[in-house]
Ligand binder design. Structure first.
Ligand code: SF4
Length: 224
């Protein structure tokens, strides 16, 4: 797991060597005498100087702290990484560096990354497959091209309409009308119906099930 806030997710009383090395040591994946070399290798892999391993989290910048978080996640040789808004707390230039690390690790270590984000540009840059969720339900699932070139769900289309484009000189922002309902008392039928421009009576009463509209492209909408 790699968390959103790299500072809050690192124990301030532990040195980087222990933050990164603790789990593999406990799980018997590395012996005590080899721990330093093991941690050095991981720090190099995420672009940190191994001599930093004696430092505490407060002695790093936000981007460096997130690299420590990535090294900690990699230390137990995962096959799946869950990255929960992992770049949202970072400056844009640092975000790009961390995203590049994710993509490099994904390809070199053959990792699967479940990357959760509200930043649609980041999602487009990093993902092979994309799942769009609204109020706790999955509304559309497809390959990167399916979602960004031929979006089918009204919510996905409205989301993408809100992304500014450099090629457009004048941009009229079309926001989604209405408030997000409470997930504790979601609307009946399709959760999106109070805000959907295509909603019909059926949408107010019946919950749309995901259906495949092209190979691998699923949409939960009656009108798609
Ligand atoms: S099922 Fe109806 S309300 Fe829901 S997204 Fe489709 S058209 Fe809109």
């Amino acid at each position: 797991m790699i968390f959103q806030d790299p500072f809050a997710s690192l124990n301030p009383r532990m040195r980087v060597r222990d933050i990164v090395g603790h789990a593999p040591l406990v799980h018997g994946m590395v012996s005590k005498d080899k721990l330093d070399d093991f941690v050095d290798e991981l720090l190099v892999r995420v672009g940190l100087d191994p001599s930093y391993k004696r430092r505490y989290p407060h002695q790093f910048s936000g981007g460096q702290r997130q690299r420590v978080g990535i090294a900690r996640a990699l230390a137990v040789s995962p096959s799946v990484l869950v990255c929960d808004e992992s770049v949202a707390a970072l400056d844009v230039s640092i975000q790009a560096q961390i995203l590049n690390i994710f993509m490099e690790l994904r390809d070199t270590l053959d990792l699967t990354c479940l990357f959760i984000s509200h930043d649609i540009g980041v999602v487009r840059h990093i993902s092979h497959r994309v799942a769009i969720m609204y109020l706790g339900r999955l509304v559309e699932l497809g390959n990167n091209d399916d979602i960004f070139e031929t979006p089918a769900h009204p919510y996905t289309r409205l989301l993408l309409d809100g992304v500014p484009r450099l090629s457009q000189r004048h941009f009229a922002f079309h926001h989604i009308t209405g408030e997000i309902p409470s997930p504790l008392a979601p609307p009946p039928g399709c959760h999106f119906h109070p805000r959907c421009p295509l909603a019909t009576e059926r949408c107010r009463q019946e919950r749309p099930q995901p259906r495949e509209i092209s190979p691998g492209h699923m949409v939960a909408c009656f009108e798609a």
